[in-house]
Design a binder for this molecule. Structure first.
Ligand code: CIR
Length: 271
């Protein structure tokens, strides 16, 4: 099993350059197309924040044919033992998993695929539904991730010593992690609607401030918590709880349902 604290200690991150076609990115509600120049500027600031947190970053080349490809987190799961190529549930994003594999092979000694045998053939799973804590891997069923995908992940990480626990994502929420983020190995920032089922009981929970649900997709990176800017009450709650918050402008990714975690794949490597 991973040693305590490994779930938020990272040395490296993979990102992908945003593309002009991001204006065609998937979104639940149309609040207008992202401004591509501003998206690029916010993406650069996000990368700078990862580097300031001590990570070496690699920005992969643009994939114009995949509007959502900047959201690399959905295409793979990075664990200390190796990487797992995901199988996105959004048909337009399936190819992103194929395209990220070469970069995973550069970064990891071992890259695994989800098994496609038997009942798992139709498994679908996106990284945005996967939260790795110090004690287990939580996966939320969602419109993008089904039970067969979760079962396939369970099989593929079993011999690495992980327990995979299947939870539900509220139907109005895109990904499980849209509504939560790991603050440390034992503490989860969450919305009330996600925690309502009691599935996160046993963890220390910090609830985002009312009306600031979009702040829940925070990401702990070494000594800081990256939080979307514009949620001052949640930032204050985290400060009071002893976390060092870095607030980052995220208006353009938010227009296509992107938050803090989905813009990178963070991982730990010795060299
Ligand atoms: C999508 O709907 O797939 C993208 N527009 C946003 C993906 C965000 N991913 C994430 O939060 N893990």
């Amino acid at each position: 099993m991973p040693t305590p604290g490994r779930s938020f200690r990272f040395t490296h991150a993979l990102l992908r350059e945003p593309v002009d076609s991001i204006v065609d990115g998937l979104r639940a509600v149309d609040t207008g197309a992202p401004d591509v120049a501003l998206f690029r500027a916010q993406h650069a600031a996000y990368r700078d924040a990862l580097e300031a947190a001590g990570l070496a970053t690699t920005v992969l080349g643009p994939l114009q044919e995949f509007p959502d490809s900047v959201f690399v987190e959905d295409a793979a799961l990075c664990l200390p033992e190796g990487a797992v190529v995901m199988r996105p549930g959004a048909p337009t994003r399936l190819g992103e998993a194929v395209m990220i594999e070469p970069a995973l092979r550069e970064a990891f000694d071992e890259v695994r695929h989800l098994p496609s045998l038997g009942d798992h053939g139709h498994g679908r799973i996106e990284g945005g539904d996967v939260l790795v804590t110090d004690r287990e891997i939580l996966v939320g069923r969602s419109a993008r991730t089904n039970g067969a995908g979760i079962e396939a992940l369970r099989e593929v990480v079993r011999d690495w010593g992980y327990t995979v626990r299947e939870l539900a994502t509220p139907p109005e929420v895109l990904h499980f992690k849209t509504d939560c983020g790991l603050l440390d190995g034992e503490t989860i920032l969450t919305t009330r609607r996600l925690a309502a089922g009691g599935h996160l009981d046993g963890y220390r929970l910090i609830h985002v401030a009312e009306g600031e649900e979009a702040a829940a997709n925070a990401v702990r990176v070494n000594d800081v918590v990256l939080l979307p800017a514009g949620y001052p009450r949640t930032a204050e709650l985290l400060n009071q709880a002893g976390y060092r918050v870095v607030a980052l402008p995220n208006s353009e990714a938010a227009k296509v349902d992107g938050g803090m975690s989905c813009l990178s794949l963070r991982y730990c490597r010795a060299s």
